[in-house]
Design a protein around this ligand. Structure first.
Ligand SMILES: [Zn+2]
Length: 297
């Protein structure tokens, strides 16, 4: 299960990267509630997110959520110290007497213009259902939450999905670079065949294993060219070999190369070549009896 989920998340993240421009380090806005839950479940949230995302994470917390931590009862000093190490995302609400709710604050931080775009490419990790529901309405917001001590990623929301499809269509129209097209086509296929994701993954991941059989075939190949040299040797030897090298015949017939190294056979071969060339120039008929002669002794 874990492996399947990791694969699915990797794929999902890749879609966010391709279609919404997400890059490492991933900026993750952590709300006070998920931090409290992570503390409760003794989860190292940032390292868990790093693992899930497969890259460096820049944890961030808004001023409002930081204030929520300070205002919590009972106050969790450990959690406050931990959150202080995260990058503070100033949200223009710090001058307010009371911090805004996470929903209001994060809504503004992620989509400052209110036009449904995640301009700064934030990932939102929130255990507030209303926050996540709001974020689903903004295109391209990867969402994380903790459930039963497990860090989970939400599937791409329909707003993001629609935006993604729109962009893909426009990219196709514009005539994208050749590299991206196959990627996107593959993704579409994957999306359509979500149930069959795993076999596809394996086939892609097993690229190395696919290459191996090819190598094996190549390895078998080199053995075949040798027979070609054998043919030449056979033609050479029978004509070339004199009575003196009868013993060498058996070895020469099996393998052409040793004959060239043999001291005895080298001069004979030389003469053989000369003989051969002459019959060839005259005609093919002369070459046949030569072979017959060699076969008889
Ligand atoms: Zn705020």
């Amino acid at each position: 299960m874990k492996l399947k989920r990791a694969k699915a998340y990797k794929k999902l993240l890749h879609q966010y990267e391709l279609n919404f421009g997400f890059r490492e380090p991933y900026q993750v806005l952590l709300d006070s509630e998920i931090l409290e839950d992570a503390y409760k479940f003794k989860i190292d949230l940032v390292s868990r997110l790093q693992k899930v995302l497969g890259g460096p994470v820049k944890p961030m917390i808004t001023t409002c959520d930081m204030r929520h931590l300070y205002a919590a009862k009972p106050k969790n000093e450990t959690l406050i110290l931990q959150a202080k190490e995260y990058e503070r995302r100033r949200c223009n609400h710090q001058d307010l007497e009371e911090p805004l709710s996470t929903l209001e604050c994060l809504g503004e931080v992620v989509d400052p213009k209110g036009n449904g775009t995640n301009k700064n490419r934030y990932i939102v990790a929130s255990n507030d259902r209303r926050v996540r529901a709001h974020m689903r309405g903004i295109a391209g917001v990867p969402l994380f939450y903790i459930s039963k001590s497990v860090v989970l990623m939400e599937p791409m929301a329909s707003a993001s999905e629609q935006q993604r499809e729109r962009e893909e269509k426009s990219k196709f129209k514009m005539g994208l670079k050749g590299q991206r097209k196959p990627d996107q086509v593959q993704k579409r296929k994957r999306d359509e065949e979500e149930e069959e994701e795993d076999p596809e993954d394996q086939s892609i991941a097993d690229g190395a294993s696919e290459a191996q059989p090819a190598k094996k075939k190549r390895a078998k190949g080199p053995k075949e060219p040798n027979p070609l040299s054998m043919r030449k040797a056979k033609k050479d030897k029978p004509a070339a070999e004199s009575k003196a090298t009868k013993k060498a015949k058996s070895t020469d017939a099996n393998d052409a190369r040793p004959s060239t190294t043999d001291e005895a056979s080298t001069p004979v071969e030389g003469s053989g070549r000369k003989r051969k060339r002459k019959p060839k120039s005259k005609g093919d008929g002369d070459a046949v009896p030569v072979v017959d002669d060699a076969g008889s002794p």
